[in-house]
Design a protein around this ligand. Structure first.
Ligand SMILES: C[S@@+](CC[C@H](N)C(=O)[O-])C[C@H]1O[C@@H](n2cnc3c(N)ncnc32)[C@H](O)[C@@H]1O
Length: 222
């Protein structure tokens, strides 16, 4: 596993390490009850043989393991800011028997490049699953991801929506709960995707599930 350096980077890494030092041990068990849509994203990923697919903020590698099994001929990579999360990810990848197939790196959404994984070509697909709602600076993360993607490559996002079609009391409870983890629906993410499409940088598909509980963005870079 490689590691990223830099000054602000150290703060970001330490803050995520603090959050996940304990949580990583029961993360997958608890998150399956509220990180909806992750399997839907994997099902629609449609990764082709030989394609390179990066998950940014891969956490415990839960998605990476499912993706690598679902698309055995594609090449998967994972990065995360938190060394603590990566410890859990590495154990999970080893348990799944995928150690050689799933390179992991400590790196930041805002600054990674293909060179983070010793690649010399841009990625074919980049995935953000419930990561943009926790990252300080999601716009920088999206700008960086788009520039590390090849033309014709795809950016895939699933994250919390605005829950607007759900009852008001539920919206309040959800926002209160997410705030405990410094997570929030980020309307600027949707605005960023609309802007890219409007400016001709990509072809956009959006959808929501569960009364707008979760939202998906898929942008094919032009
Ligand atoms: C809510 S978890 C989602 C994990 C996984 N993608 C999933 O769907 O289960 C968010 C992850 O983003 C990582 N993260 C937060 N800020 C980051 C950054 N600036 N760069 C890379 N990863 C970051 C956290 O350490 C954490 O593992």
């Amino acid at each position: 596993m490689t590691r990223a350096g830099g000054s602000g980077a150290v703060d970001a890494r330490e803050s995520m390490d603090r959050m996940y030092r304990l949580q990583r041990h029961f993360y997958d068990l608890t998150r399956k009850y509220y990180l909806f849509g992750r399997d839907g994203l994997i099902e629609r990923l449609d990764a082709r043989p030989g394609e390179t697919v990066l998950e940014v903020g891969c956490g415990t590698a839960r998605n990476l393991i499912k993706m690598a099994r679902r698309y055995p001929e594609a090449r998967f990579f994972g990065l995360d800011a938190s060394d603590e999360m990566l410890k859990t990810a590495e154990s999970a990848v080893a348990r799944a028997g995928l150690r050689g197939r799933l390179p992991l790196a400590q790196a930041f959404a805002q600054t990674f490049t293909p060179a983070t994984f010793a690649l010399d070509q841009p990625f074919d697909r980049i995935v953000f699953s419930y990561t943009l709602s926790i990252i300080p600076g999601p716009m920088e993360a999206l700008d960086n991801a788009l520039s590390q993607l090849r033309s014709g490559g795809t950016l895939h996002v699933v994250d919390f929506g605005d829950a607007a079609a759900l009852p008001g009391w539920f919206q309040g409870m959800l926002a209160w709960w997410l705030d405990k983890f410094h997570i929030a629906h980020r309307p600027e993410v949707g605005a960023w995707f609309e802007r890219q499409a409007a400016e001709g940088h990509g072809r956009l598909e959006t959808r929501t599930i569960g009364g707008r509980y979760a939202e998906f963005f898929t942008l094919v870079k032009t």
